[in-house]
Design a protein around this ligand. Structure first.
Ligand code: ASP
Length: 325
């Protein structure tokens, strides 16, 4: 099937937009600055609202993205990110996150982090306090502790019960799960003054092989930002999406003049040439340019992308039209 054109996409997005009434005096003020936030999935609505508050309160765009993502990491009801995220095959919650500053072109990331509920904040400290870009596993945990983060149990009664149920199922799926348990918070933001930031945080696939790292914490894959072009983030089957460096690809398209929507569609087109199961698997992306223009796309309508869009003092939850229909 042919990809939809941009006008059709935008019309479809507008048709599915649902006002969530997140207007607030703080948000309205932040809007005067022209800031725009775009986040994946329904929990992105709360992340965006918090991000707008932080910016309005005098925080930087990096503060806004970090604190916005913290809201989702702290929520035990989001079982794919942070505290309460579903664990790996051994019952251990392993978190991944990354953040990139489009102004300095610096990124920080954390992989396989145990016992610390806010990996995006640890990732930011990797970026700002070290000469490294990525820390993983035990070293990441030790770094987080040295930075003052308190280790804690990240399993909740609900996620423990889900893991015990999975483990006692004789024909259980290994290393993959149904769509309900497989999501991420990705956020891209523009401050209206030329700066962009991208961030991403996830517990990854439930029941994954311990040590697995996919796209979310990898710079250029789960997130990428460059003030000269824009920012992008990805969600979906990260084991596949990693191989396409989706976020860097989208930002490069924008650098060549593409609208964020065209850049997202071009990414789906590029992936569709060789990615497996394009009609059933989840491959989704979001993008923003420094002017606050946005894009979002999912590969197919079986795995639609919901994204939260904040601008003008209020938020909406929208559904991206599928590239393949
Ligand atoms: N991309 C994430 C991962 O593969 C999961 C997701 O975004 O749904 O770990």
């Amino acid at each position: 099937m042919e990809p939809i054109d941009r006008r059709t996409f935008l019309a479809a997005g507008a048709a599915t937009a649902a006002s969530l009434g997140t207007a607030s005096p703080a948000a309205a003020k932040a809007d005067k600055s022209g800031a725009v936030f775009l986040s994946t999935w329904k929990w992105g609505v709360h992340a965006n609202t918090r991000a707008a508050e932080v910016l309005d309160g005098g925080g930087s765009l990096l503060d806004a993205v970090e604190k916005g993502i913290n809201v989702v990491e702290d929520d035990p009801n989001v079982m794919t990110v942070g505290y309460g995220g579903l664990p790996n095959a051994q019952g251990e919650v392993e978190l991944d996150a990354g953040i990139m500053d489009g102004t300095t072109h610096r990124a920080g990331s954390i992989c396989n982090l145990h016992k610390i509920k806010n990996p995006i904040s640890v990732a930011r400290l990797v970026m700002e306090r070290t000469r490294h870009t990525t820390l993983a596993g035990e070293g990441a945990l030790q770094f987080a502790i040295a930075m003052g983060f308190a280790p804690m149990q990240l399993l909740t009664p609900k996620s423990l019960e889900a893991w015990l149920k999975w483990r006692s199922t004789p024909d259980r799926k290994s290393f993959w799960i149904d769509g309900e348990h497989h999501d991420t918070i990705g956020m891209v933001a523009a401050d209206g003054e030329g700066k962009v930031v991208a961030g991403c945080s996830t517990s990854g696939l439930a029941w994954k092989i311990p040590g697995r790292v996919a796209d979310s914490p990898l710079v250029g894959c789960g997130y990428y930002a460059d003030d000269a072009a824009g920012a992008a983030s990805a969600t979906g089957d990260g084991d596949v999406m990693t191989n396409y460096c989706t976020s860097a690809f989208i930002v490069q398209q924008m650098a060549r003049g593409a609208h964020p929507q065209e850049a997202c569609e071009e990414c789906m087109r590029m992936m569709a040439r060789s990615a497996p199961d394009i009609h059933t698997d989840m491959y989704c992306v979001i993008a923003i340019n420094p002017r606050g223009e946005i894009g979002a796309a999912s590969m197919n309508s079986k795995q639609p992308l919901q994204y939260a869009h904040w601008r003008g003092g209020s938020g909406t939850l929208e559904t991206a039209a599928a590239f393949l229909g």
